[in-house]
Each structure stands twice: as structure tokens, then as C-alpha cells.
Write a protein that binds this ligand. Structure first.
Ligand SMILES: Nc1ncnc2c1ncn2[C@@H]1O[C@H](COP(=O)(O)OP(=O)(O)OP(=O)(O)O)[C@@H](O)[C@H]1O
Length: 170
């Protein structure tokens, strides 16, 4: 079973994936697989341009977790979409010394449910689990993800609403 862990930067994908790896799961970090697919740099947005279609086509499925902010583009058996309340997300990204424009871009994407919407477009609803990491630690999140993958808790998404953040800040 291949489970993708996706979400806006700062929602905790790496931290939770590291916890799952500590528990013995196979974990692939997408950042470690995209090297051959980088076609350039978007200097304005400070991001690499990646040939995502070719990356998806050539990705070798794993029995475990694939972590990264386009994991949901892979043919995963399950997808976990990590979420974080935009004000806490901004604080996490500030701590990582992100530039103001990048913090804004990411908090807006989170408030607009961008990763969730893309995931719903690609996957069966019974395979999607949305997990709010706000105020939660990695152990709690890993417990929930393991329970979902084992089929002990059902698919669940669509209950998170950060629209008040948009109204307050845009
Ligand atoms: N649940 C959490 N509670 C508090 N802080 C967190 C939590 N999850 C992540 N963080 C902090 O937020 C920052 C980003 O975490 P992490 O690198 O795991 O996010 P990410 O989603 O993998 O980001 P990226 O897509 O940029 O790799 C780190 O400084 C981490 O310590």
C-alpha cells in the first residue's frame, strides 16, 4: 500500500514522515527524488521548476509513505492531506526564515484548501484523510495516519474551514 502525505509547506510533512520512519515504515521524501526532473528555477517565486508529469510517470511505487507537496499527484492507494491553521502556519514559516512573500503565498494556499482540492480531483473520496496538525505533535499525527492506513478510522475530509482567515487578511 502506497500512502501519500501531502500539504502546504510547513504543515509538517517531513516531521511526521520522520516519525513514521522511526516506527519502521518505508518513507520516501519527494525532494530526494526530483533532482533529475528539475528543468529550471522560478526566481520570482524562489522555487525550482520540475517536470512533474515525467516525475509521476517514472516514479517507482513503494510499499510505505511518500512525503512531499505533490505526493497527491502519484497513483497512491491512500492520501493524507496535512492542514495547519494559517496563523500557526505563518509562525512556523517565519521560524524557518521564509521571506514575507513566500509566507503569504503559502498561507493563502492553505486558506484556499489548495492541496485538498487537488487531491479530491485525483483520488477516490474513500482514500482521502485530512489531518489538522495545528497544536498537535508528530506522535499524535503518526498515530492517526497509521490508524487510517490500517482501516481503523474512515476516510474524512472537508470539515476544515480557514475562510475567516481569508476574510481577515485579504
Ligand atoms: N505539528 C507541529 N507543531 C509544531 N511545529 C511544527 C509541527 N509540524 C511542523 N512543525 C514545524 O514547522 C516547520 C516545518 O515542518 P516540516 O519541515 O515538517 O514541514 P513540511 O510540510 O515538510 O514543509 P516542506 O514542504 O517545506 O518540506 C519545522 O520548523 C517544524 O519544526
Amino acid at each position: 500500500m502506497m500512502c501519500g502525505i501531502t500539504g502546504t509547506p510547513g504543515t509538517g510533512k517531513s516531521m511526521i514522515a520522520d516519525e513514521l520512519a522511526r516506527r519502521g515504515h518505508t518513507v520516501v521524501h519527494i525532494t530526494e527524488t526530483v533532482g533529475p526532473y528539475v528543468t529550471g528555477e522560478d526566481e520570482k517565486r524562489d522555487v525550482q521548476i520540475i517536470d512533474v508529469d515525467r516525475w509521476v510517470a517514472e516514479f517507482k511505487p513503494v510499499d510505505g509513505f511518500v512525503e512531499g507537496h505533490f505526493a497527491h499527484l502519484l497513483p497512491c492507494d491512500r492520501v493524507v492531506v496535512l492542514r495547519c491553521r494559517p496563523d500557526e502556519l505563518a509562525a512556523r514559516l517565519e521560524q524557518r526564515k521564509y521571506r514575507e512573500a513566500k509566507i503569504r503565498e503559502n498561507t493563502e494556499a492553505e486558506a484556499l484548501d489548495s492541496c485538498l482540492i487537488e487531491t479530491i480531483e485525483e483520488h477516490d473520496p474513500s482514500h482521502i484523510f485530512e489531518l489538522d496538525t495545528t497544536g498537535r505533535d508528530a506522535a499524535y499525527c503518526a498515530d492517526r495516519i497509521e490508524a487510517f492506513v490500517r482501516g481503523e478510522i474512515p476516510a474524512d475530509f472537508g470539515h476544515i474551514d480557514w475562510s475567516s482567515y481569508l476574510e481577515a487578511h485579504l
